[in-house]
Design a protein around this ligand. Structure first.
Ligand code: SF4
Length: 349
């Protein structure tokens, strides 16, 4: 059996629009040649600003977006060549936990009915077996199984997110996609839900694809990660290496904007400041997709798409700094800051 729960290879997702009846069609490559693997039992983080393509990538990984090119393999099933039965199997083997637990549950159903629904569709269980599985799932997320007859509106936001996690886990999926899973919750509840997710991973070996713009959360929750910008992955690697030795200026800028809880460490931190907004993916810039905002941009950056370079400590970064200019050659962008004062003081990201 493959050790990969999920594998994306050169995935492209496109949207098209036409100006007027006879106007030329323009294409938005919301996801542009994305590749990464998620192993069974690991947490993989996908980070980037809003509009970077991370949620579209996650939907493509679940077979919810048509692919213009590339392939997705989930638990050994290739999406591009899947039969109807295999697609149904894929739906059962991948589950999604949404950002907003308030709109994720049907208010007309009891939570017992909501949790039993995927079992009814995908498993040949009797009513008694379904009730047993629902009770087990509720207990696994720290809720009383006697609450199965209640409706979602009788629960707090944190409890509702626990119910959504229980529903995602009830079919024992190969991968659970967590799309900003705590951003709609208050801060104290966020910690409880993240701890629950970590505990479930320890006890059940659950595999997560975590989508978030919150880098602190990704640092604490994931084993490996990818950083997206304008539909492309600009850096990938073990989370520990990416946070301590980022190989791409965009990653380094995102990390330098995280607030450190310790005041002295916060004072020592060198900020990398980037200017302006992300360009539209309907008209992406030529060359490196980040060159319009990069504080280290060189002439070549506006003309040539950078190749990915292997990083010391694992993973890759797509940046000309590793082959041109100072020639970082797989080292951290932070080392560049040691011998350059070129950090523009324009605007904090
Ligand atoms: Fe900046 Fe050039 Fe590297 Fe792009 S390739 S991130 S513009 S230095």
């Amino acid at each position: 059996m493959s050790e990969l729960a999920l594998s994306l290879r050169d995935v492209v997702v496109e949207y098209r629009r036409r100006r007027g009846l006879f106007g030329a069609a323009s294409i938005n490559r919301a996801v542009n040649g994305v590749s990464f693997d998620v192993r069974f039992g690991e947490s993989f983080g996908l980070v980037g600003e809003s509009g970077s393509g991370k949620s579209t990538t996650a939907r493509a990984a679940l077979g919810l977006e048509p692919l213009a090119a590339g392939n997705v393999e989930l638990d050994g099933i290739q999406l591009a060549h899947a039969s109807g039965a295999q697609l149904r199997q894929m739906r059962a083997r991948s589950q999604l936990v949404f950002q907003d637990p308030y709109s994720s549950l049907d208010p007309s159903m009891t939570i017992g009915q909501s949790l039993a629904e995927p079992l009814r569709v995908h498993r040949p269980y009797s009513a008694t077996e379904r009730r047993q599985r629902v009770a087990e799932a509720l207990r696994a997320v720290g809720l009383d199984s006697a609450q199965a007859n209640r409706h979602p509106q009788e629960f707090s936001g944190g409890q509702r997110q626990r119910i959504c996690i229980a529903r995602a886990m009830i079919l024992d999926p190969a991968v659970i996609v967590l799309d900003e899973p705590v951003s709609a919750l208050d801060v104290s509840t966020q910690g409880q839900i993240l701890n629950l997710l970590l505990d479930l991973q320890k006890t059940h070996g659950t595999t997560y694809l975590l989508i978030s713009h919150d880098l602190s959360m990704v640092r604490n929750m994931t084993h490996r990660m990818a950083v997206m910008y304008l539909g492309r992955i600009v850096e990938t690697g073990p989370s520990q290496r990416v946070f301590s030795r980022p190989g791409h200026p965009y990653t380094a800028a995102l990390i330098s904007a995280i607030l450190e809880p310790h005041r002295d460490r916060q004072r020592q931190r060198r900020r990398i400041l980037i200017d302006g907004d992300m360009p539209s993916s309907w008209s992406p810039p030529p060359g490196c997709c980040f060159h319009t905002r990069c504080p280290f941009a060189m002439d070549i950056c506006g003309r040539v798409v950078p190749a990915t370079i292997a990083m010391e400590g694992g993973g890759e970064a797509a940046c000309h700094l590793h082959t041109e200019g100072p020639g970082l050659a797989g080292r951290s962008v932070l080392e560049l800051l040691m011998y350059t004062r070129r950090t523009p003081q324009r605007r904090l990201i």
